[in-house]
Design a protein around this ligand. Structure first.
Ligand code: MN
Length: 432
């Protein structure tokens, strides 16, 4: 079906919805009350129940197979289908949920079964993550943090050649709303030679995007840069909680370990590559004097349309602010255009040695800070390693996170002539 950019839905809350208009249709896994976990699609304030829609016979042909894969308690089988399956499902959903759908009367007659108020549902991890890798492609974050640790030499010489990453921990990925326990660990107090053990005192967040891997590759067969887009199922928000005092002591020479592996929070909705397509744009030109990517990472189509223009926001809501009825305070605004490497370059590089990527693997982009104050995606950068404080409307100040603090990430795509879409929220409260 031909879908004009401004189509409206008979699910009236979708029209003008900040995150989930008809043009978005992100996928997730939900339950309502005691019912089993199953796949659904966010539309306005509701979740469209794929299992119920299948049972009522609303899907046929290729869309039926894709809807079945997306209706399970994990989206891995759906991610494995790749772009063909995603497009078949999206096309049918656009058709069914359009205000002019020939099926509208039948759908509305069953709307109690097909649509669930999102506020009455629980959202779960969208997929079983086999492997999680956190990149470091936010160049301003790399510069800002590099300056703190190595004032004379903020960016190491490999940065402009290699999309840097480390292997993270899949077992502690959790979905928005899960509490985050302050970790214990070893830290080296200032001016001491011997570490101490105890609760992290410099707990931080990192504003990142998550990338869900689609079909992936057989062991030993790298994914070429020209094919990489086909293996990217969709994106979400990702908070890479970081224990800075643990990190400073443990990270040399091999990088992050326990300072990161205690928790990583994801937003529950997978915004598909197709929904993001209108917001693609050229990869920003590299600064004068920077090297070109090596040929295996350089593709003209990727350079022309492989970047994404997604506006990002991080907010803080303390326990006291909640008690006073104050709204969450915006700490920073940034954009995915601060990525030095495209998502396709990250994926190609990850597989170039033959490493097998599988449906439902997850990448973090790295912290997506901008170059200016007000655009920093972590407290480490905002307070220059705890030298300054952040002032809050409650009169409180923060260098790092306190127990009871809630961190909220948001993301939104806007472009002239397009209906805006959003990612929903990625929230987590720190508990002691
Ligand atoms: Mn990170």
């Amino acid at each position: 079906m031909n879908t004009p950019a401004h189509s409206r839905s008979w699910v009236t809350s979708a029209n003008g919805h900040a995150d989930f208009p008809l043009q978005n249709l992100p996928l997730g896994v939900f339950s309502r009350g005691d019912s089993a976990r199953r796949g659904g699609v966010a539309i306005g304030d509701s979740i469209f129940d794929l299992q119920a829609a299948l049972a009522a016979g609303f899907f046929n042909g290729a869309a039926r197979g894709a809807a079945e894969a997306a209706s399970r308690d994990q989206l891995n089988d759906f991610f494995a289908l790749g772009a063909h399956g995603r497009r078949a499902l999206r096309s049918e959903l656009l058709h069914l949920l359009d205000e002019h759908s020939p099926q509208r009367a039948r759908l509305q007659a069953s709307s109690k079964l097909l649509l669930h108020p999102m506020s009455e549902c629980q959202l779960h991890m969208p997929a079983r993550v086999g492997d999680y890798t956190d990149f470091y492609v936010g160049i301003h974050h790399a510069m800002n943090v590099g300056k703190l640790f190595r004032p004379d030499n903020p960016l190491l010489p490999n940065y402009k050649y290699v999309p840097i990453a480390y292997h993270g921990r899949a077992s502690t990925l959790c979905v928005s709303g899960s509490p985050v326990k302050r970790p214990d660990g070893q830290t080296l107090p200032p001016d001491q030679d011997v570490p101490q053990f105890g609760p992290c005192k410099r707990l931080d967040y990192e504003l990142e995007m998550g990338v869900w891997v689609g079909p992936g590759n057989p062991d030993g067969e790298p994914i070429g840069i020209a094919d990489a887009q086909q293996h990217i199922a969709g994106l979400c928000l990702l908070n890479d909680w970081s224990a800075r005092d643990l990190q400073a002591w443990e990270y040399q020479p091999l990088g992050p370990f326990l300072s990161k592996s205690f928790a990583t929070t994801l937003s529950p909705w997978v915004v598909t590559a197709e929904a993001l397509a209108p917001f693609r744009c050229p990869q920003p030109a590299r600064p004068e004097g920077d090297p070109q990517p090596l040929p295996y990472l350089l593709d003209e189509a990727d350079q022309q349309g492989g970047a994404l223009d997604i506006e990002l926001e991080v907010l803080l809501l303390t326990r006291q602010m909640k008690a006073q009825g104050l709204p969450a305070q915006v700490l920073a605004r940034s954009n995915t255009l601060n990525m030095y490497w495209t998502v396709a370059q990250m994926l190609t590089h990850h597989s170039v040695n033959g490493c097998k990527l599988q449906p439902g693997d997850l990448f973090g982009t790295g912290t997506l800070s901008g170059p200016q104050p007000g655009q920093f995606g972590s407290l480490l950068e905002m307070t220059e390693g705890g030298k300054h404080t952040v002032e809050l409307p409650s009169g409180e100040v923060r260098r790092f996170l306190e127990d009871g603090d809630e961190v909220i990430l948001r993301a939104r795509c806007q472009r002239e002539g397009q209906v805006s879409i959003g990612f929903g929220e990625c929230r987590g409260v720190v508990v002691g």
